[in-house]
Design a protein around this ligand. Structure first.
Ligand SMILES: [Zn+2]
Length: 580
């Protein structure tokens, strides 16, 4: 304990020392900005000013010096002498020193260069170098963002030092801004959206041009899901081609050993139910016939044929209350023992449709497993894509309850610094896997999911092969699609969902009573009103996008300069959509 404390103390002390040395070495300020020993240095113009390259020649920066009186109030300090120093950049200062006027105000002009630049200027009290205030003047190129109503610009080439997006908007216009990054590996990219207002005052932006420090996003660790890979793929024991009267429920997810009797034998399925023999036959019959008549043909159309390695003509479904912690499981039975089988939880508080949703889900895993075992020897596609296909199976079979909950979560879960598509499977993000897979079928289908199942490829490679797009292009289009689909802004098929109505689903919501609204209203957009200055800094996770809506001021048409900066990270992009 003592050793740890001592070590911590040493660590903290050396950090402080390192920080002091770092500033001292560079000739920069030491101490905290804003004054000390009864002095207050306050911004009279914003700490950060962004001006259009080539359009603005000089920027005046100013501060106010005050002194604390005996009563504890602050009064302006006249005739205070300040040194003014450029620490960074190419801007030229009009003076190297400044003196405060009777109001305590001191200023210098910065002549900005014609090209992109960040000039940092520090005012420092001559009587006390520890009382200082820094200013940043950014000169950025202008990107004309004059979009027509309905126009989508999916990628704006923003230079390294950021850019001013210039909008000309009437009252009632509506612009969607989608900062994004499509890299599935790079995390923690910060960006900033800054609007200074038409006449920036001191309060417009009190923060600097440095990227604000934000906490690293903490995604949950990857999970194993409900497709359980067998220990070594051996096909030693082949099941007989006959249908057994009962089956042992013991499996990869159930440790109990017990016989479950055959309760339904249909054309495509044999249901073994681990429950009292005299209960629930009507329920079991309706589950069996729904699989035979609806789920099996629909999944065949969507994903491809179901194998019959064991030659019994049916899929074995074992329903047991012993399956806990998951609603269903596929235990790699095709590769391990050459049998088409999966497990589904048997719960009395589940409706028939809830059980059927799980069956549609697990059946997809079974189909996926056989195709992959034939092509690449695996138990299925990459976990996240395999699960996405199963969630799509639930929705496309019309089992909307959980799909609606996932869609609600998806539409209300962005702008939070967590990935839109983490490729390490995490069940908390099931909503996103579902949303992407449905988009792929809607845009590239019918037949896109079948192609994914049968290509012999996995994950990102599989999606690139089937869609003909790079993964980056696919993600970018999807990011835009979930922002604009079903809003009536554009009829571009690249941005359209057909299986889902992101602006509707009233009937499905009414039937399941599973969302806190009567109708969906699209991706939730964070509003940025142009009637006031704003300064928004956020962090994007891997493969992530955020969603904003620019709302122009109510009075007359206006030109609005919105500064976008990703602090040198060129893989951070921004898309813009003009709604009206
Ligand atoms: Zn699953």
């Amino acid at each position: 304990m003592t050793a740890i404390r001592a070590a911590r103390g040493w660590w903290a002390a050396s950090l402080t020392l390192a920080a002091a040395l770092a500033c001292g070495d560079g000739g920069g300020p030491v101490g905290a900005p804003g004054g000390r020993d009864g002095l207050e240095l306050a911004y009279a113009t914003p700490r950060l000013r962004v001006v259009a390259a080539g359009e603005v020649a000089t920027v005046r920066i100013a501060l106010i010096v005050r002194r604390r009186t005996a009563e504890g109030a602050f009064e302006p300090l006249a005739d205070a002498r300040l040194a003014v120093e450029r620490e960074e950049g190419r801007g030229q200062l009009s003076a190297a020193a400044a003196v405060t006027d009777p109001d305590g105000l001191a200023s210098v002009d910065v002549a900005v260069p014609g090209g992109p630049d960040l000039t940092r200027v520090v005012f420092r009290m001559e009587s006390d170098a520890g009382s200082y205030l820094p200013f940043d003047v950014v000169t950025a190129p202008v990107v004309e963002a004059d979009l027509a109503p309905g126009e989508v610009r999916d990628r704006v080439d923003v230079p390294k030092g950021g850019a001013i997006l210039r909008f000309r908007l009437e009252p009632g216009s509506d612009v969607l801004l989608i900062p994004y990054e499509t890299d599935p590996d790079r995390t923690g990219a910060t960006y900033r959206l800054l609007y200074q207002g038409p006449a920036p005052g001191a309060g417009a932006s009190a923060s600097g041009a440095d990227p604000p420090r934000l906490p690293r996003s903490l995604a949950p660790p990857p999970e194993s899901g409900d497709v359980i890979e067998g220990e070594g793929a051996h096909r030693g024991r082949l099941a007989p081609a006959t249908i057994a009267e009962s089956i042992d429920i013991r499996s990869c997810m159930i440790s109990t050993s017990r016989q479950a009797p055959l309760r339904y034998l249909g054309s495509r399925v044999a249901l073994y139910v681990d429950g009292p023999a005299d209960e629930g036959q009507a329920r079991i019959d309706s589950i069996g016939s729904a699989f035979d008549e609806r789920i099996f043909p629909r999944n065949t159309e969507l994903f491809g044929v179901t194998s019959d390695v064991d030659g019994n003509g049916v899929v074995i479904v074992i329903l047991s209350p012993e399956l806990v912690g998951a609603d269903g499981a596929y235990c790699d039975s095709i590769r391990r023992v050459g049998v088409e089988a999966f497990f589904v939880t048997w719960r009395h508080d589940y409706s028939v449709d809830q059980t059927l949703a799980v069956i549609a889900h697990e059946h997809q895993h079974l189909v996926n497993a056989w195709h992959h075992s034939q092509t690449n020897g695996g138990v299925g596609d990459d976990r996240w894509l395999n699960e996405g296909l199963s969630f799509a199976a639930e929705a496309l079979n019309g089992y909307w309850r959980d799909s609606m909950i996932r869609l609600w979560t998806f539409l209300n879960g962005q702008n939070g610094g967590l990935s839109m598509l983490p490729l390490d499977y995490v069940s908390a993000f099931d909503d996103r896997y579902m949303a992407l897979v449905l988009y792929v079928e809607d845009r590239f289908g019918p037949g896109a999911l079948r192609a994914l199942t049968q290509s012999g490829l996995r994950g990102v490679d599989n999606l690139e092969h089937v869609t003909g797009l790079t993964f980056e292009e696919l993600l970018r289009d999807w990011f835009v699609a979930v922002g604009v689909s079903n809003r009536g802004w554009t009829d571009d098929p690249r941005y359209a969902y057909r299986s889902l109505d992101l602006h509707g689903m009233e009937q499905e919501i009414e039937a399941c009573r599973c969302a806190p609204v009567e109708s969906f209203s699209g991706m939730r957009l964070e509003t940025l009103p142009l009637s006031n200055p704003f300064d928004v800094s956020r962090m994007l996770d891997r493969a992530d996008a955020d969603y904003y809506r620019l709302v122009p001021a109510a009075s007359g048409p206006g030109t609005y300069d919105v500064y976008f900066d990703a602090f040198g990270r060129e893989f951070v992009q921004i898309a813009m959509v003009r709604a009206r």
